[in-house]
Design a protein. Structure first.
Length: 611
């Protein structure tokens, strides 16, 4: 969470920093702050609330200077307030720091610093870092060496950027478990939590690694190891995204734009990866030979949140199409369990950002035990992309809305390809492979048809916008999509929603049914259709209102439910790619009608980089 942007160059820093914060606001929006080297003095302004509140404040007292740091916060230690907003400073207010992450031993460090006479103003762990650097510097060490000295005493995760009045033309940054990227321009350099903040200014970037410290000046940058000062040579890379990709392009919200981008997202995810006439999927980045894949006896998926539900879909896909046993575990829980990973197990971590803290931690623990780990991620240059032994990029492009939509779609698409690849190495026939690839290539047009019903879905939502809760229900491939649909409704509209496998209704949840507690069923005509219809009748008999997602022209379903949202027919394994779209639109319209902040839901942030 949290967003960092830093700049050193020949231009005025403040407009660049404010623009960068706006592009990073999806990472946290409890408060924001900026520090700029104005002549020979550091000027700091910070404000509780959104970036606009900070922008309004600095319009009165505008800091001018050619270097600065800025931050948008997702609160961990200390409530959202002007005081707890970043940047934080030392006793003399001559050194300022912005920080993403959590310093686990901050209380111990704070007690030591208090005994030395340091005075603290806030409740945050970040302020401890500012004083610790001041204590290390003591008029003797350079800023780079002072930061390095301080970080060697720190336990926890951090992405930091620091500047002081004694070194007006430089900014020091460091990374350990939180994302940072260096932007390389013409007579200017940047530090940011995400490349999206850099795209208007440069697409040339360098990705430092954990345990590294960076110094940027107008003319150059250096990267060194925190542990032993060794200078590191890091490759200059070009970002394929451009600034146009992170604009709304006429949509009211990023989330809606990203929902409507999904047909193209699927095309991008499968481009160059399918051979339709042979019913094959090609995923060269796995770094596994065909012989090794043939020996696969088990697949283990590790993920959090929406990525976890994509992994659940992957479980159904691989078990159905390849006949291989699949386990899905929460990354946040699995690292604390005894890890039982047998030989011939493929282990995948799934993360949109490639920086999810829990997922990174479990990946590193599994690798520490000698197992190979593969990744499914959206971000080239992310920690998961760099540290896994192979994997697949989903090519969804930048996703700005906090609630994931198109990344989820791309993750499922890639897992379809993985299931086909593994299946064709097992007993999937040529004809089966051809049918799946053919059906997958037809999915984008079918999603377009669903998107055309957005207004109809909104009309359905209007009937239910004042209810206090929903029950989402599905069977087989529909069950993880019900979970994802309920999560979306909770995330952005703040309406409570629970999801269950339909067969579990009679084991307890049926007690909740009453006229004011609607149920949303996923009921396409598939192998479990008749069973789902029976569950619908159980709810109907108890006078519960029913919304159903079913296939076009299903007249019998239409007669037994209050509202029917129609989707095209596809083969059963690909149904999740269609059934999820109405649920995304349902949640979106519910949030808009309830006047919620769709792209920035309360208490949440996009990239979960703390545990």
């Amino acid at each position: 969470m949290c967003g960092i942007i830093a700049y050193v160059g020949q231009k005025e820093a403040t407009p660049i920093l404010i623009d960068g914060l706006k592009r990073l606001e999806y990472r946290g929006y409890d408060s924001a702050g900026i520090a700029v080297m104005d002549k020979k003095k550091l000027v700091c302004q910070k404000k509780k609330g959104r970036i606009q509140a900070l922008e309004d404040k600095i319009s009165v007292d505008y800091p001018e200077g050619k270097s600065g740091i800025a931050h948008t916060r997702w609160a961990t230690h200390g409530e959202p307030s002007d005081l707890n907003a970043h940047p934080h400073f030392d006793c003399q207010k001559k050194l300022m720091i912005v920080h993403n992450g959590i310093i686990e031993n901050y209380q111990e460090l704070k007690e030591k610093l208090l005994k030395k006479g340091h005075k603290f103003k806030t409740e945050t762990d970040t302020e401890v870092l500012a004083h610790l650097i001041e204590d290390c510097q003591n008029g003797k060490l350079s800023l780079l060496e002072s930061v390095r000295c301080a970080l060697k005493q720190v336990e926890g995760t951090y992405g930091v950027a620091i500047m002081n009045e004694s070194n007006p033309g430089e900014i020091v940054a460091a990374k350990n478990g939180s994302p940072l990227v260096i932007g390389v321009g013409d007579k200017e350099h940047f530090i940011a939590s995400d490349v999206s903040a850099l795209l208007p200014y440069t697409r040339r970037v360098v990705y430092p690694r954990d345990g590294e410290i960076i110094k940027i000046t107008q003319d150059d940058f250096i990267v060194r190891s925190i542990s032993d000062r060794t200078e590191k040579q890091r490759k200059l890379e070009k970002v394929e995204w451009d600034s146009e990709m992170v604009k709304k392009k006429g949509f009211d919200h990023f989330m809606l734009k990203e929902i409507f981008e999904q047909p193209q997202v699927i095309k991008n995810a499968i481009a160059g990866r399918v051979i339709p006439e042979e019913g094959l999927a090609h995923l060269g980045g796995l770094n596994y030979s065909d012989k090794e894949l043939q020996k696969t006896k088990r697949v283990l998926f590790l993920a959090c949140g929406t990525a976890y539900y994509a992994a659940m879909v992957g479980k159904y896909l691989i078990e159905e199409l390849a006949g291989i046993s699949v386990d899905v575990e929460f990354a946040s829980e699995y690292r604390y369990k005894r890890m039982i990973i047998e030989k011939d197990t493929l282990v995948f971590v799934i993360s949109q950002s490639g920086e999810t803290a829990d997922t990174l931690a479990v990946m590193q623990e599994i690798k520490r035990k000698g197992h190979k780990v593969l990744g499914v991620s959206n971000v080239v240059g992310s920690t998961i992309a760099r540290e896994t032994d192979g994997g697949v990029f989903i090519h969804a492009g930048p996703e700005i809305g906090v609630a994931s939509t198109k990344a989820f779609m791309a993750q499922i698409t890639v897992l379809v390809l993985l299931a086909v690849k593994l299946g064709r190495h097992k007993d999937m026939t040529l004809k089966q492979g051809q049918e799946i690839i053919k059906a997958l290539l037809e999915i984008p047009n079918k999603i377009e048809a669903i998107l055309e019903q957005s207004a109809k879905i909104k009309a359905v939502v209007k009937k239910y916008k004042d209810v206090k809760g929903f029950l989402y229900l599905g069977r087989k491939f529909g069950y993880p999509i019900a979970l994802e649909g309920a999560l979306k409704l909770k995330e952005i509209s703040y309406v409570h929603a629970e999801a269950y496998a339909c067969g579990e209704m009679k084991h307890g949840p049926l007690a909740l049914i009453e006229p004011d507690f609607p149920s949303l069923f996923l009921a396409p005509k598939d192998s479990v259709y008749e069973k789902t219809i029976s569950n619908i009748q159980e709810v109907k008999a108890r006078k519960g209102k029913i919304i159903a997602v079913g296939n076009n022209g299903d007249k019998s379903l239409a007669k037994m439910v209050n509202d029917l949202i129609e989707i095209p027919k596809t083969i059963e394994p690909l149904e999740p790619l269609l059934t999820v779209v109405p649920l995304q639109l349902f949640a979106y319209h519910m949030a808009v009608l309830r006047q919620c902040d769709v792209d920035k839901p309360r208490n949440l942030a996009k990239s979960v980089t703390v545990e």
